[in-house]
Every structure is written in C-alpha cells, then in structure tokens.
Design a protein around this ligand. Sequence first.
Ligand code: CTP
Ligand code: CA
Length: 226
Amino acid sequence: GKWFSQSESLKGKKVLITTGGTIERLDPVRYLTNDSSGKMGFAIAEAALNRGAEVTVIAARIQGNPPAGMNVIRVESAEQMLQEVLARFDNMDIVIKAAAVADYRPAARAGSKMKKTDERLVIELERTTDILQTLGERKTAQFLVGFAAETEQVEHYAMNKLKRKNCDLVVANDVSQEGAGFNGNTNIVQIFGEEGRIDAWPMLLKSEVADRLLSLITERLRGKEA
Ligand code: CTP
Ligand code: CA
C-alpha cells in the first residue's frame, strides 16, 4: 500500500464506520430497504486500515461480501445498527456514518407471512431513531462525520444536517448526478464543515474520495488536538 507520513497516519486511532442499507422487516419474508451498496463505507474502512487505524465496520445490507481482513459486524435494521454503534461509541476517536439508514419502518411486524386479500393494503410506517443525531448529542471528543444524500439545494440541506446532528464534517453527494451516490464505483462529493463548504471534488473513484476524506479528517483532528 501507499506510505503515510507520521502526520497523515491514524496509528492508534479507533475508527468506527457504518455502511450499507438497513432492512426493515414487514413479515418473515418481506422487508423495506434501499439501493445502498456499502462501497463508500468499505472504501473508507480500507483507507483507514492503510493508515494504521483500528477499524470497526457496522454493515447493514451490502452488495457482495465485505473485504477480507476487516472487523465487520452485521446488522439488519436501524434499531440494531443504533445498538451496535452505541455499544462502541464512547471508545472511538472517529465515527463515520456512511450507512443509508431507513427513516421509517413498518409500525407493526407480522409474526407470520401476510396473506393477500381482495382489498388494497395500506402499510403504516413509523420513524426510526436518527442514529447520527443521537451520536451528536452524546459526543465528547469523537470526530463525527455524517453523509448527506441530496437531489437539490445541496449546501442548504448539508449545512442543516451538520448543525442539527452536531457533526464535524458532512460529506454531501448530489444523488441526481450521473457518477454520484449509491451504486457505482465513483462518487462526486462536496465537503462541509462548521465554516461552510470546505471542498468540492470532481468525479473520483470511491477509493480516492475515501483517501482524500481521511487526509482531511486527520488534518482537522490534529488541529483539534493541538
Ligand atoms: N442517519 C442516521 N440515522 C437515521 C437516518 C440517517 O444515522 N435514522 C444518518 C445517515 O447515516 C447519514 C446522515 O444521517 O450519515 C444523513 O442521512 P440523510 O438520509 O441524508 O439525512 P436525513 O437526516 O435522514 O434527512 P432526509 O432523508 O430527510 O434528507
Ligand atoms: Ca434519510
């Protein structure tokens, strides 16, 4: 792998990354999920491992298998992800929430397979807990990074999320653009901090986005520690 100078290294740092799309079950054989592949989160995990960090990944539904040699905890639902994240949060130096967490789940989960009738079916959904916001309220010294998937007014919504969820950085992607977002190997992101927009990167491989993001996090972490 690439060589990192001491100032760019994350040796001794504990990094927690969430990735993938959560699954919210309706009955034993049916669920709601989303298009997230988990690729962005795993790219960040690889980049953090390359820098010598101690990496834990909490992964919901993903495309394919997680890369070998990683400490991966598998979950399904937003609630399970919340519990696994909370169990580890206090010990972490850096937490990066790349997961696509469901905003809603079925209000009731049938114990046996639902049977069809001739009537139309209405499914009631209830809100899930916002994991990132919960972490933002609880954070002490952790460096907290959120993602924001937007289709319009990217800066406005990303800055709202940064403030509401008490994040140190927000990585925003305009998912309406070709080459950005959930499924491919590339992403187009803008990075926001307390001071507003810090950077807008061109279309890059997710591995390159991950590497640049970790450089920025490392730089800011040193600034906070200094
Ligand atoms: N997130 C979370 N828990 C949720 C929903 C979202 O931790 N229940 C996190 C995501 O992992 C991401 C960030 O919040 O890091 C932003 O997610 P996004 O869906 O873009 O924003 P929301 O706050 O859910 O707002 P909306 O979907 O309405 O734009
Ligand atoms: Ca959402």
